[in-house]
Design a protein around this ligand. Structure first.
Ligand code: IYR
Length: 224
């Protein structure tokens, strides 16, 4: 078989835009994403499952090392599973807040007003648990190596958060640590490790968030 037959190509589905259009789109997208905030007070109002599924499809368009797509998303809306996750997360968080956090860490978190109680894990209509898939199995049961898993899953997660925000939903990037309990409760295989827990829903009425500022461009970018 020729190389072209082994590795087929297709034309790039590229949309060319004028510079004016690019400027407008870049600004609008920035303004949209600048309104995203991590939310810790959620409404219990159900969200359309199809919106969540579409956002997960969007995450699945992320680039990945050797196109291995090393991610898996658990979409949890079952109240009894949310309860189990809340109870296990709070147990870990109680230990973290009491014994694992340094004084410096505690100070950095103070403006966020967080503690070990995570009632939102049950209030929210949906939890999306992102798993990193460290390796796969081929048809003969041998391991297939995955590359740049951390980077790939991080990019996919960013796209997931942006897609949910774009759809009008609020999220929290939640990292109870350690997160082994998520693989256990959700019965994921041993080649997967929990990466992030994302509560998703509508913000509670009158939801307030910390008064934070974004770093300006000149603080996050150096031009050469
Ligand atoms: N995982 C804990 C602590 C926590 C840590 C960081 I870094 C944050 O930005 C926020 C919280 C918790 O969720 O409370």
């Amino acid at each position: 078989m020729s190389d072209a037959e082994l590795h087929p190509t297709v034309p790039l589905d590229y949309i060319a835009r004028s510079e004016d259009e690019m400027r407008a789109r870049a600004r609008e997208f920035r303004e949209l994403l600048d309104r995203r905030r991590s939310v810790r007070e959620f409404s219990d109002r159900p969200v359309p499952l199809e919106v969540l599924r579409d956002a997960i499809r969007t995450a699945g368009t992320a680039p990945s090392g050797a196109h291995m797509q090393p991610w898996h998303f658990a979409l949890v809306t079952d109240p009894s599973i949310k309860k189990q996750i809340r109870e296990a997360a709070e147990a870990e968080e109680r230990e973290t807040y009491a014994n694992r956090m340094s004084e410096e860490w505690r100070k950095a978190l103070a403006p966020l007003g967080t503690d070990a109680n995570k009632p939102f894990l049950e209030t929210v209509p949906a939890l999306i648990v992102v798993f990193r898939v460290d390796y796969a199995f081929d048809e003969s049961g041998d391991r297939t190596k995955h590359y740049y898993v951390q980077e790939s899953v991080g990019i996919a997660t960013g796209m997931l958060i942006a897609a949910l925000h774009n759809a009008g939903l609020a999220t929290l990037t939640h990292t109870p640590s350690p997160m082994h309990f998520l693989g256990r409760i959700l019965e994921r295989p041993k080649n997967e490790r929990a990466y992030l827990l994302l509560p998703v829903g509508y913000p509670a009425e009158n939801c307030r968030v910390p008064d934070l500022a974004r770093k300006p461009l000149d603080a996050i970018c150096t031009e050469f």
